[in-house]
Each structure stands twice: as structure tokens, then as C-alpha cells.
Design a protein around this ligand. Sequence first.
Ligand SMILES: [Mg+2]
Length: 406
Amino acid sequence: MTGDTPRPAPPLRGDPPLRGDTPLRGDPPLRGDTPLRGDTPLRGDTPPDTPLRPDTPLRPDTPLRPDTPLRGASEPLAALYDVALLDLDGVVYLGGSPIPGAADALAKAAASGMRLAFVTNNASRTPSAIAAQLTGLGVPAHAGEVITSAQAAARLAAEHLPAGAPVLVVGGMGLRIAVRERGFRPVTTAADHPAAVIQGYAPDLSYSLLAEGGLAVAAGALFIASNADSTLPTPRGRQPGNGSLIQVIATATGRAPLIAGKPEPPLHAEAVARSGARHPLVVGDRLDTDIESAVRSGADSLLVLTGVTRPLDAVLAPAGCRPTYLAEGLAGLLGPHPGVTGTGGTFSCGGWQATVDGRGQVAVTGSGAAMDGLRALCAAAWSAGGVTERAATAALAGLGLPSPLG
Ligand SMILES: [Mg+2]
């Protein structure tokens, strides 16, 4: 973006000043024990107000260090956490095709009492449409189990606007329905004096609608974006995502939007509120959305390697984007996770030992399950404040990770 740096939005009718470039970290969290009225309860045999079993340890192991959050778990994760907040693409399906083993693992996790919620930055489709897709892929789901960034954006608007306020939706059906469900009055032009403009990706987004949004924001409307993903993975490659599209209005008006989707906290808060989760486990395939969202929200997380994150990316993960647990896929919900122990510069997991020298070099020796070697390697790299890509690549080659993980 060239030209003026986006300026914060002006205050609306006596509200405290909003800063579009400031994540909503300081906002009070939504009450996790208050599912929204009228929502369909999540699947599972544990209602939200049922306390966890007295024998369920909430913190199975102490993390090695604050910047090395990797932990072990002596029980299956499905028994330790009440709700899995699952990302979709790269976790349940990949480009519309089911990820092998995902449906079976989720069925087993649900059968053991873990409730499932599907949390997506996709704002263009409705929860019903997404639930139908999941069901068609062998993961039975209903709309109440799907939480979208459109719903989080509407919730964000409700924190700043009165019920019934006119809102201009620059986006698709999923966003329009979420805005209507939240009690706002959808309008289509700046001439209707919308109190807010909410923008989300839609494949048929038109210039005329962007122009109306730009006029409304320039006139003082609150500017909210469902998410800021700069690209959208497709079979044809990376297409411009909502994070690119919001730059149209941001550039034209000099105003940056508030962001609802991952890694910003509002979507996680919406998922916790709708699911009634008390001790959720965030499950995702991206470090800079799913895992960062969990870290910023204070939730534990499971990184699966069925999507965009390669083992090398995990080893090189920056602080703030490091998961609590690592697994090849969703079967990682069903078993215990071996812990990593560290003394000096040597970290052990299973039959593997990773040694780091503090100058960016790391090496791994041993044998056994390749994921245990990856866990040891991550703990070593993270504890040392990072390692070089060359050293990490060489160490990974010694683990014998199965293709395509290696
Ligand atoms: Mg994903």
C-alpha cells in the first residue's frame, strides 16, 4: 500500500476511540459459559455446564519454558479437553477432499465425549452450507457446530453499535445472514448512512459495492473485516483473499478495519461462547492463524501436519506461534503425547535426543517414532531462541519422517 498510513477510525457516538490497527487484546473476553440463545447445542454427551471429571488434570505437564510450550499428555487429548475447536482446510479436508483418517478420528474423539466445533475464517459461506459439506465428507455436523469469522465480525459490531443499526455488508451470503442474525439492519448503499461497513470475501464481490463501502467508511462508518488472510488457497494457486480486498477501502479512506478472524481474538472468543467450552483445544494447520490465535487467547493448541505447515516450519516457528502439541493428523487427538525432557542443550523425546548449541546449530540422534524426534527438535530449537534453516533441514533429514511430511 502506498500513500498515507491508515488512520484509526473516529469514535462513534461517544464510544471510546477505536483503533483499527490495534488487536482487541484488552477487550474483556466473552463469557465462555454463555452459549448464544437459540444456537443449536454442540454434539456430544457432555453439556456445557457439566464440570470436567474431577480426575481430569487440566495441565498434564509443565512446559519446558514459556517460549517452549510443547507438553506431554499421559491421557488422550480427547479426554483432557472438553471441546476441540477445529480449523477446516488442512485439518478436516484439503481443497475440498477429505483428509484420510480425519473423519474416523473425529468420530472416535466425539464418541469418547469430546465435543467438536468447526472454526473457520471463511465468511462467504453459511454455517449450514459448511455443515452440509462436512457431512458429505463423512464428518456429520450441523450448523450450530460451525463458527465463522462472519459471526465473529457481527459480534464485534454488536460491541460498538446498538441493535437495529444500519450495516453495509461488503461480502457474501454468510456475512449478510450473520449480520441479520445479530439484529442489525442490512443496507446496500452509503446513502442509507450505515453505522458500520463489514467486509468479507465473496467470489462475486463487485466494484460498485466496494465503492459504497468506501463512501460509507469515509463518511465515518465503523470499518470491520471478517478476516485479513491475504491469499486464498485454490487448486489454481493463491488467489487474493479478504486481507487483500480490504486494502481497497483502507487505501481509499486511510482507515484500517478492525479484524474479527484468526489470529485476532474475536473469532476464538465467538467459538468459545457458542460452544460453551471450558477447556478448549484449538486444532489447526497454520502457525500464523490457528496457533497464534490460540496463544493470544491463552488456549492450548494441537498443530497437525496435514495442511500448510511442514515439519521445517514447525521447527522454525517464531515465539507466539508455537503449539502445545504436535501430531501428524487428527489421530493425535486419540492418544497420549510423549513429553520432552530437557537438560542443558539436550532435549529428549521417545528414543530421540536433539542437541542445540545456542549459535543456531542443532542435531538429532536416536531412533523410534519420527514424530518424537520432531518434538525433541522443536523443543531444542525453540528453547535456544531459534536455529538456522540449514541446520534444521539437516536434522529433519535424519528423522525419516514419512513422505510428504519429510
Ligand atoms: Mg487451515
